[in-house]
Each structure stands twice: as C-alpha cells, then as structure tokens.
Design a binder for this molecule. Structure first.
Ligand code: CA
Ligand code: CA
Ligand code: CA
Length: 151
C-alpha cells in the first residue's frame, strides 16, 4: 500500500482509513499497530485502523518515501501490510537571492527587454511547483533556472 501525506499538514490530520475483513467472523474486533514508523510522524488508532498525523511533516525534511508496516491482529494472528507514504510538497519556501543585494548600472535609453543582470536564486521547494515568480513592479524574475531579470 502506498499513500501520500500532505506537506505541512495539521496535527492529527486523518490521512487514511483502512478497512479489512475476516471470513471467520466479520464482526470480530481487530487491533492495529504500526512498526518502522521512523520519526514517529504517524499514529494508528488501535481499534479502528485510522491513521493520523502525530506531528507536522515537512517535505524539505522527509523528501523520500517513508516505509511503515501496518499490522492487524484478530486476537489469534497478526498480518502485516508493507506500506510507504510520501510527503507531498507545497510552496512554503521563498526564493532566496545569492547574494541578496546587488548594485547595477543601466545605461539610459537602452532598449526595453535588455538583460540587466544575471543572478543566482535558489528555492528549497520542488522546482516543478510554480514557485518562482517574483516581481517588484519594474523587474520580473522570469525563470528559476535562467535567473534573468528583465526590465
Ligand atoms: Ca517545508
Ligand atoms: Ca518556493
Ligand atoms: Ca515545500
């Protein structure tokens, strides 16, 4: 089983609801538990199997799939479901200029669209997010990779 966890989700966000059945007794009560829960980010309610966030997740920290095993026990035997979850990125980091101040000279009367400066910008969020548009009214950052400021 694979599921996603929203980046920067709320505490105790319900992220998955598990159901199962036991042909011996469909009304039997199960007990649920987790193992391999690195960092303790998830909890499972032992009587319902509902998995919730135990603490806030951050995609910039948990940036690879996390393995957990979900165990259900009918009182006689336990079975394990090998599971991974992935924290989905959100645009929660500002772009950073490197360095963050510049002094630029622009010759008067140059053509509109003339390149003014090339700068380095980084952003910890996934570059596939639309996370790069910065404008101050006169200059627009047009690309996260081209880092070209246009007048
Ligand atoms: Ca983050
Ligand atoms: Ca960003
Ligand atoms: Ca992020």
């Amino acid at each position: 089983m694979i599921f996603d966890v929203p980046g920067n989700g709320w505490w105790e966000t319900e992220i998955n609801d598990i159901s199962t059945s036991d042909p011996d007794n469909p009304y039997e009560s199960f007990s649920w538990s987790l193992t391999g829960n690195a960092g303790g980010y998830l909890n499972i309610e032992p009587t319902t199997g509902v998995i919730k966030l135990a603490k806030k997740v951050d995609r910039e920290v948990l940036n690879t799939p996390v393995a957990i095993d979900i165990i259900v026990n009918d009182g006689t035997a336990g079975v394990t479901c090998v599971t991974t979850y992935t924290v989905v990125d959100t645009n929660d980091n500002f772009p950073l200029f490197e360095p963050n101040s510049f002094a630029v000279s622009i010759v008067e009367n140059v053509a509109i669209g003339t390149d003014v400066i090339l700068i380095a910008v980084s952003d910890d969020d996934d570059p596939n997010l639309s996370n790069s548009v910065v404008a101050d009214g006169q200059f627009i950052l047009t690309s996260i990779t081209g880092t070209s400021l246009h007048k």
